[in-house]
Design a protein around this ligand. Structure first.
Ligand code: ADP
Ligand code: TZD
Ligand code: MG
Length: 596
């Protein structure tokens, strides 16, 4: 430090590549700059995130981002430290889904980055906006593959797994780099973005005046995308003429937070609808036009299906096959023009954001009202009746040990009285049966494995949802599914989050009573420990443990969990013999002829 006229001055340092040391280094320039006017890349990153409205960052620290996390806290951004980057990434992804703003994941270089990448890819596949910000090591050494500490060409590795992958190399590019990341994450179809911050960038020193001149906040990062008037008109014509119209709501509709207009359109047209898994609750599941209990009948018999934020992917058997009327015509509202015709010919595409599109549809309906034939709704209700009776019969049984349905019957009693609780759900049977049994009454209250059917979202989603909404969260977890993110119960306890975890412990992946076909003493590929006491795990961190072997015990443990002042974990003992291989999607397994 030097003093000129009593004012402390420092030499400004710029990032340059030093050939002798094979390193990016800070080289002193000859221009003295007042020390109070200097800043560094790390502070500029934090400042830019704050100005862009980032409230929470999820991550795991280490070289070179530990101080970055400290500065986040220092400037009032909440930092939630996890035990594994994948869970932190899942928390960021679900924050994006719930808020329409990108959730932020912070990771260290190479292995930390890769641990987070699964969550980034999952976010991209599902349309959750998030940004994975990762520290990275020395570019010169990485590019020549000379073996740096945690060296990896992260920006290029990330590219196939996200919407966009950027690296910021100069501190004056930080505002524009973060703006590009935010826009890429939330505009169009939302998704994951990777942002690479080198150590050299984080420690680069720059005049605050220079930064002030290039600093800005993104304006309207997800602009409205109006559909064309002709596309709306064509869709309305098709729907008005349909004898058996049907609306399918997907998680794009939930994401768009357009439930009021969607409900108005459904009620004014009298068209039956059903929600995809995470769209449950967008309209209450007990809505009189909800056809969820007659899903197959509705699909087989509909002549015009309108998809609102739902893709014709494997979850809808690609819009063809025995589940579909072969002559069905489609209306599809989607923000992504490339989604149209991706599986089936879409006769009436509406390319636009759902909020704008629903407004246009409602005003078209005002001008030319129509109402679906009420006989069609009656047919659906008739088709529903035997399915509802079948489910009631399943729920009424009380076997020992519990099966999925008797356990879920107990969960249902509690959830029906606590409709504002957010439900996180993963597993195979545990996923499918919970979706069928537990009705949702509020939008964005059911968070699950999504498009990939991925295991491991449980604790990350629970933490992200609890932090973002402040609401209580109940996780219904298969025993295998829980294992993927189970260590995060320490994070849940450390942050004192209102989370209750119910583990459906049937001792295995799908079921717990499978045999080793080789006859040896090793457990079978699907076997886990049926006698595992998962409840003991939460005791280690000061949470409240429960063990439930009957529906009554489960019900009272869950009720207690929902009013407890600490996180709770219920080990729910399920008969190891009752699960179905792969839950409801066993048909996707390769068909081979078993020898035994
Ligand atoms: P689900 O699994 O519930 O069927 P998908 O994730 O397959 O839902 O589909 C969601 C669709 O919604 C995606 O094709 C996506 O492009 C679209 N989408 C997401 N947000 C919007 C929005 N705001 N406006 C229009 N379409 C959207
Ligand atoms: N790994 C990842 C990341 N995702 C996956 N979907 C799987 C593996 C394969 N898998 C499923 O598709 S479901 C499942 C696995 C391992 C677990 C099912 O067992 P569970 O649930 O205990 O969670 P049930 O109730 O016993 O069926
Ligand atoms: Mg299981």
């Amino acid at each position: 430090m030097i003093y000129l006229c009593g004012i402390p001055f420092e030499f400004r340092r710029d990032t340059t590549y030093n050939i002798k040391d094979h390193k990016y280094i800070m080289s002193d320039t000859t221009t003295p700059v007042p020390a109070q006017n200097l800043t560094d890349g790390m502070h500029v990153v934090v400042d830019t995130l704050k100005r862009n409205g980032v409230k929470v960052v999820y991550g795991v620290v280490g070289i070179p981002v530990t101080d970055l996390a400290r500065h986040l806290q220092e400037c009032g951004i909440r930092y939630v430290g996890f035990r594994h980057e994948q869970s932190a990434g899942n928390a960021a992804a679900i924050t994006g889904y719930l808020t329409q703003k990108p959730g932020i994941l912070l990771t260290v270089s190479a292995p930390g980055f890769l641990n987070g990448l699964t969550a980034l890819a999952n976010a991209t596949i599902n349309g959750y906006p998030m940004i994975q910000i990762s520290g990275s090591s020395n570019r010169a050494i990485i590019d020549l593959q000379q073996g740096d500490y945690e060296g990896l060409d992260q920006m290029n590795v990330a590219k196939p797994f996200c919407k966009a992958s950027y690296r910021i190399n100069r501190p004056e590019d930080i505002p524009v780099g973060i703006a590009r990341a935010i826009r890429a994450a939330v505009s169009g179809r939302p998704g994951g973005v990777y942002l690479d911050l080198t150590t050299a960038l984080l420690e680069s020193v720059i005049d605050q005046d220079v930064i002030d001149k290039c600093m800005f906040v993104t304006e309207d990062p997800a602009p409205a995308y109006m559909p064309s008037a002709q596309s709306v008109e064509k869709a309305m014509g098709l729907l008005a003429q349909a004898k058996h119209p049907l609306i399918i709501l997907g998680k794009g509709a939930s994401y768009s937070q357009t439930e009021t207009d969607i409900r108005a359109f459904i009620e004014k047209t009298g068209i039956p609808y059903f929600p995809m898994s995470m769209a449950k609750g967008l309209l209450p599941d007990d809505h009189p036009q909800c056809a969820i209990a007659a899903r197959s009948f509705a699909l087989e018999n509909s002549d015009v299906v309108m998809l609102i934020g739902a893709r014709l992917n494997w979850l809808l058997s690609h819009g063809k096959g025995k589940h579909w009327n072969p002559n069905v015509k489609f209306v599809q509202i989607d923000i992504d023009p490339e989604e149209i015709d991706s599986n089936q010919h879409i006769q009436a595409p509406i390319v636009g954001d759902i909020a704008s599109s629903m407004k246009c549809l409602l005003s078209a309906l005002e001008k030319q009202p129509f109402h679906a034939d009420t006989d069609w709704m009656d047919q659906i209700k008739k088709a529903e009746a035997p399915n509802v009776a079948k489910m009631a019969a399943k729920l009424s049984l009380n076997p020992t040990p519990m099966n999925f349905y008797s356990a879920l019957n107990a969960v249902k009693k509690v959830m029906d009285k606590n409709q504002d609780v957010i439900l996180v759900n993963e597993g195979a049977n545990t996923l499918d049966d919970t979706r069928d049994v537990i009705s949702m009454q509020n939008p964005r209250h059911r968070l699950d494995c999504g498009t990939w059917g991925v295991m491991g979202i449980g604790m990350g989603f629970a933490i992200g949802a609890a932090i973002t909404t402040g609401k209580r969260v109940v996780c219904i977890e298969g025993d295998s599914a829980f294992g993927f993110s189970g260590m995060e119960i320490e994070t849940i306890c450390r942050f004192k989050l209102p989370v209750t975890i119910v583990i459906f412990n049937n001792g295995g992946i799908y079921k717990g009573d499978c045999k080793n076909l080789g006859g040896g003493s090793d457990p079978s590929p699907t076997t886990l420990m049926a006698n595992a006491q998962y409840d003991k795990m939460i005791e280690a961190f000061g949470g409240i443990p429960y063990n439930a072997t009957t529906p009554d015990e489960l019900q009272s443990a869950l009720e207690a969990g929902l009013t407890a002042d600490r996180p709770t974990l219920i080990n729910c003992v399920i008969d190891p013999s009752v699960g179905t291989e792969s839950g409801h999607i066993g048909n996707l397994n390769p068909k081979v002829i078993l020898q035994k």
